[in-house]
Write a protein that binds this ligand. Structure first.
Ligand code: AR6
Length: 181
């Protein structure tokens, strides 16, 4: 796994897959979910609707792929992070599952790159530093298993971007340039 950190709007990032921090209805919403559906167009929502008619709802930690409409990506991976409830309700495990399920799917589909937003760190209220620690532990577990995959962590806010920079500073292979889009 190669790591890149970008500060900016994930809908502007070129990657084989863009991960969406969705909710269990997969019917869109605010935050990054709203931005992805707005930029990607109605095709993505139509696919989500079809999937939900089959599976009922998307569980927390589950990952559901669709095509990416007008985005510069082949796929959108919709995943549902945990709502922060204080930390004793399995939030860290569920958050890790969102990242791991997405990496697993990227590997199965033979993708070269995947872009993640900070899942659960907006409306769902996950504390930012704890969330970045979960990401770090997933990266450590999956580094070897994802050779050749570029993993891009995209943060809209400078503060969140800085937390990632702090966490990954010094990593061999991590591209920590101040890319801004
Ligand atoms: N590019 C990159 N990051 C973004 C963007 C963007 N365009 N927009 C927001 N962020 P959130 P959640 C950051 O609230 O906490 C939705 O309504 C944002 O600053 O999008 O998982 C869904 O439908 C924050 O750091 O997702 C669900 O109902 C991070 O993305 C619910 O919100 C995640 O914030 C999911 O909440």
């Amino acid at each position: 796994m190669d790591i890149q950190l970008i500060q900016g709007d994930i809908t502007k990032v070129s990657a084989d897959a863009i991960v969406n921090a969705a909710n269990s209805s997969l019917m869109g919403g605010g935050g990054v979910d709203g931005a992805i559906h707005r930029a990607g167009g109605p095709e993505i929502l139509a696919e989500c609707r079809e999937i939900i008619s089959r599976i009922g709802s998307c569980n927390k930690g589950q990952v559901v792929p669709t095509s990416a409409g007008r985005l510069k990506a082949r796929y959108v991976f919709h995943t549902v992070g945990p709502v922060w409830q204080g930390g004793a309700a399995g939030e860290a495990e569920l958050l890790a599952r969102c990242y791991e399920g997405s990496l697993e799917l990227a590997r199965e589909l033979g993708l070269s790159s995947i872009a993640f937003p900070a899942i659960s760190c907006g409306v769902y209220g996950y504390p930012k530093e704890e969330a970045v620690q979960v990401v770090r532990s997933v990266v450590d577990r999956w580094h070897e298993k994802t050779a050749g995959l570029t993993v891009i962590f995209v943060n809209l806010s400078r503060d969140m971007h800085r937390l990632y920079e702090k966490m990954f500073a010094g990593d061999a292979g991590a591209n920590l340039s101040e890319r801004k889009i």
